[in-house]
Design a protein around this ligand. Sequence first.
Ligand SMILES: [Zn+2]
Ligand SMILES: [Zn+2]
Length: 383
Amino acid sequence: MKDRRVSDWLLLRKLKVSLSSVHSLDQSGRRLCPHTSIFFLPQPISARPQSSHVVSSCLSQWSYVKFFNIKSVCSASAGRRRASHSNSFGAAMEVNGTANILSSAYLAVEYVDSFLPGNPLQEPLKHAWNHMLQNYSKFQIATWGSLIVHELIYFLFCLPGFIFQFLPFMQKYKIQPDKPETWEKQWKCFKMLLFNHFCIQLPLICGTYYFTEFFSIPYDWDSMPRWPFILAQCFGCAVIEDTWHYFLHRALHHRRIYKYIHKVHHDFTAPFGMQAEYAHPAETLILGAGFFIGIMVFCNHMILLWAWVAFRLLETIDVHSGYDIPLNPLHLIPFYAGARFHDFHHMNFVGNYGSTFTWWDRLFNTDSQFMKHYSQHKAVKSD
Ligand SMILES: [Zn+2]
Ligand SMILES: [Zn+2]
């Protein structure tokens, strides 16, 4: 059985290489612009694939999504010709380097998925999703559904941190115990949150429907990717968002602009969960843009929007929680920053600019003050 899986995998690798080597041809067989960037994605598979079916599913279900400027780049060399959509291999396309990485990642996820057990919640979820589709329009789902998902998840994830302040035995996990949350701070934060959520984020959420229509992003159950793909896509979104966040956040700390925008987020030197989205409206737009880049790259179903919202909120509320809880499952994510990492940023103002991961701070040595502080903290604790 194992040998069979290994041979499947080797065959998939060969297929991918041959895919990468073919040139871009449109439906009439004419060569497309060589700069055309098309990301190959496996078409979502509603039924869980068996290991032995991976190759055939890849052969029969490869499709692609357009990304940014397929039309514009092609039109320069082929006279306003629009890159046509086709699900067949007849329209073979050139795959650029990024697409190679993406297609390799998708193949790897599909291979891992073939080993995973079935989802016991599959049927109830299918029923609930189809019920939603039958009773609400796409516009209602994209707009009001997204708003409800955002608000519910935000305040639900804030709830544990809010309760911890009343539990004496949780205080030993508070990172800055000398700076407790006060009602005054929390009320101030709550008012700003409501303004940001309904006056800044809601107008952006209203664009969700038009975004999904423009890119022909499906809502139906049968097109929905399986959860390992959604998880992998969320991880990809997090890598992109973290990169955007690191550089823009660092720029917002520049002494010439800090006081105009980012100072608001640093009102509280000891953060608490609800403070995650407490920021100047301009910062909500600047740093929030990083959220959409991953969506532009990976989104092949409406569910990814909601899954990525949930993942991003969980992460940002966790790092702002002010509590370093042992056995936090989020620390299983490789290079995950965590509450202690971001808490130090609020305490120290300098360093630790990453949102989700630690690698950019490590690479540019902007975590040196934190590393020193943390090693001293551990030494005092062990004495
Ligand atoms: Zn900052
Ligand atoms: Zn923060």
